[in-house]
Design a protein around this ligand. Structure first.
Ligand code: FAD
Length: 411
């Protein structure tokens, strides 16, 4: 890959930067990046996120990789990266729409009818409507196809009953992408259908979950006789698994962020200021070596991402790089936060970014990092994927694959 912008890419970058300079403040060192969620999101955060999205949409800078017919500008993957790099230089509201834009929208584009695309995509792009993903359940996470939320057809509507959990952004979402079981009499993957649920419909009950960080980024969602019109079914009856695979592939790349480059840079700044035995931590050779190791891994993830982009820009389909990148960067982010906490000493146990000289709330990162190794595929599940698809090792035994779901022993 050529790391220098081509003439066209340089012009694109200038144009993006000049719009951003006119509409946003530059990000100061330590300011949270666009992917960083606040511990708790309030109405003002939602309004700010919607306003920023609306402003971008008005100027043609929202979801730039989307086709023009839905409000995007059909930008190339490289242009999307350039825009993301430029936007990250500025102070912008938290991206509360990431699940909608990066996971739900590609799924609607791939499986929705033209009416469904026109109905949902422009409103999602302009920030008018926020989406969440109603997939995981108390007994179905890694084994998502084992979910139990039931959708029973009643004329032109479906009646949905069940419980979802860990649903990010549900508390302020307007729509939810729901995977439900319409037929327990066939093997588990075959009995699933995907729907788009109005989160304000009667019977939808969103209950925030309090996390170890003190925030409540995700929720339990109870569905009690929720009526979903058949025209909100995404894909065919029984095609739910195929639809879900589209969103899961996109979710994995969305949950990556920049793979740790930002955090490793923050750590370097921190090590230059925090004193250890009367000198900045960075002057200690052993600690410097740890930092270099973090840097090398973050750069490896970054370059693997660029290789994926190169493949995409040549019209090739990337392989399992996303699983590799997520596996490495999830662990890296947790180790970086852990290391920073060690350097912070006793005050690391306290929360709040005012407590660290670098302006980074390492305690929050430390507590939140474990979730990164679970969301979008746990480490073990990613290792299974790499083992089976890259290393060609024997496939995991799947004893319940050909049994009707209702006959799989449970409880
Ligand atoms: C921050 C965060 C945000 C999330 N947001 C959403 C959301 O918006 N919508 C949504 O639907 N879900 C969301 N999730 C849920 C997430 O998708 C699940 O937590 C994840 O798929 C793991 O499922 P589980 O929690 O049920 O764990 P389990 O699947 O029960 O796993 C428990 C343990 O068993 C291991 N394990 C499971 N299967 C295997 C196997 N075959 N081989 C080896 N080890 C295995 C796992 O690696 C893990 O260590 C979110 C989770 C997090 C942490």
């Amino acid at each position: 890959m050529d790391f220098d912008d081509t003439r066209n890419q340089a012009a694109f970058r200038r144009s993006a930067r000049s719009w951003l300079e006119a509409h946003a403040e530059p990000r100061a060192p330590g300011d949270p990046g666009p992917g960083n969620m606040p511990e708790s999101v309030d109405a003002a955060d939602v309004a700010a996120a919607k306003a920023w999205q609306q402003k971008k949409a008005g100027a043609g800078w929202a979801c730039i990789g989307w086709p023009v017919e839905y409000g995007g500008r059909g930008a190339t993957p490289i242009e999307e990266v350039i825009w993301a790099e430029e936007e990250a230089r500025f102070r912008t509201p938290p991206d509360l729409m990431i699940d909608g834009h990066r996971t739900c929208a590609p799924t609607v584009m791939a499986h929705g009818s033209s009416e469904q695309k026109q109905r949902w995509l422009p409103a999602m792009l302009s920030g008018g409507e926020i989406w969440c993903q109603l997939y995981s359940e108390p007994s179905a996470g890694s084994d998502l196809a084992g979910l139990r939320t039931a959708a029973v057809r009643d004329g032109d509507t479906w009646v949905v009953n069940g419980q979802k959990v860990w649903t990010s952004h549900a508390q302020y979402s307007d729509w939810g992408l729901l995977l439900a079981r319409h037929d327990p009499g066939v093997p588990k993957h075959a009995g699933l259908t995907c729907f788009v649920v109005d989160m304000h419909a009667p019977g939808v009950d969103v209950r925030p979950l309090r996390q170890i960080t003190g925030g409540h980024g995700f929720n339990e969602v109870f569905l009690d006789n929720v009526r979903v019109p058949d025209d909100c079914r995404l894909g065919g009856v029984g095609e739910g698994w195929r639809v879900a695979i589209t969103s899961l592939m996109n979710e994995r790349s969305a949950s990556l962020g920049d793979g740790g480059v930002d955090q490793v840079r923050d750590l370097l700044r921190f090590m230059k200021t925090v004193a250890l035995e009367n000198r900045p931590a960075i002057e200690d050779p052993a600690l410097r070596e740890r930092w270099a190791d973090f840097h090398a891994r973050a750069r490896g993830v970054e370059l693997t991402g660029k290789r994926t982009l190169t493949a995409l820009s040549r019209g090739e389909t990337p392989g399992p790089e996303m699983s590799l990148m997520k596996l490495v960067s999830g662990r890296l982010l947790q180790e970086v936060a852990h290391f920073a906490m060690d350097l912070t000493g006793a005050s690391g146990g306290l929360a709040g970014d005012a407590l660290t000289s670098s302006g980074v709330d390492w305690a929050a990162q430390y507590l939140g990092a474990a979730g990164l190794r679970i969301a979008g595929g746990t480490d073990e599940v990613l290792r299974n994927i790499i083992a089976e698809r890259v290393l060609d090792l024997p496939r995991e035994v799947r004893a319940d694959k050909d049994i009707a779901f209702k006959d799989i022993p449970a409880g």
